[in-house]
Design a protein around this ligand. Structure first.
Ligand SMILES: C[S@@+](CC[C@H](N)C(=O)[O-])C[C@H]1O[C@@H](n2cnc3c(N)ncnc32)[C@H](O)[C@@H]1O
Length: 252
């Protein structure tokens, strides 16, 4: 019956109409799946994430299941506000998990039409803990970054999901630390997607050098970077240990 209907639709409907129907079908299933995840007591499962990626149908731009699962894990492990750079499926999924854990999500998006699509889904799902800011990219000294001057952002983000701005932006994702360092908690974890790319690796290394951070590579299929600030107490502790070693070494 279904294949007969599909064949008939292919014969009589123009491609634009068929695509529109497919989009409606995917959106309906995406919303249904996200509602199921919202209702369930347990965190989202990998299989559910894989289906969401299929319904979202934005290969090439959307975060993949491994990164999305890591985001969900980190949302469940911690507390405090979450910052996201670059909205999409990750916004919806993280907002659902953040809602479960009483956390607020702030997402930055430069593309007005894209932002409107994501916002419409957040509204449909009643995800009031998600605050999507559609704001242009603006030039800074040697890089571009979201214009956050008119935004009221928390000063204690504990989790940062960095998946934008797009790679062709001057400086790529570098602007996160110079522009928003003062909004990050000293215990903040930054999850940097697309770490297989040399540009992302260079950015992470520059953040580590200029802002005192450690880098770990995670993920098997598609790596992502995990960055944390080096804790001042640890630096003090290490220098104390070194001093003690020097003192002991100088004892005849
Ligand atoms: C890597 S995407 C962010 C993806 C998002 N974190 C997710 O999981 O879906 C970075 C930016 O690309 C833009 N973008 C997303 N999908 C796009 C598409 N299909 N075509 C052009 N730009 C797109 C949006 O402005 C988005 O903020």
């Amino acid at each position: 019956m279904k294949s007969w209907l599909t064949r008939l639709a292919k014969q009589i409907l123009p491609a634009s109409c068929r695509n529109w129907l497919k989009d409606c079908w995917r959106r309906t299933h995406l919303i249904r799946m996200l509602r199921t995840i919202q209702r369930q007591k347990s965190p989202v499962e990998l299989d559910q994430i894989r289906r969401l990626v299929q319904f979202w149908n934005n290969v090439g731009f959307s975060a993949l299941d491994e990164y999305l699962l890591a985001l969900v894990d980190y949302v469940g492990q911690g507390s405090g506000p979450i910052l996201e750079c670059g909205s999409g499926l990750s916004t919806l999924l993280v907002a659902v998990e953040a809602q479960r854990h009483g956390r607020q999500l702030y997402s930055l998006e430069h593309h007005p039409e894209w932002g409107a699509k994501v916002q419409s889904l957040l509204t449909t799902l009643g995800l009031e803990n998600a605050h999507l800011a559609i704001t242009p990219l603006t030039e800074f000294d040697g890089f571009s970054w979201y214009d956050t001057r008119k935004l009221s952002l928390p000063k204690d983000f504990t989790l940062v999901i960095c998946d934008a701005p797009p790679g062709d932006t001057p400086g790529g994702r570098f602007g996160l630390l110079p522009c928003l360092r003062e909004h990050l908690h000293s215990d903040a974890v930054v999850l940097l997607d697309d770490y297989e790319r040399s540009e992302e690796k260079e950015i992470a290394e520059r953040w580590a050098r200029e802002f005192g951070m450690t880098i770990e590579e995670h993920g098997i299929e598609k790596p992502f970077g995990l960055l944390k600030f080096i804790q001042p107490s640890l630096v003090l502790e290490t220098s104390r240990e070194l001093d003690q070693e020097k003192i002991l070494a100088s004892v005849p």
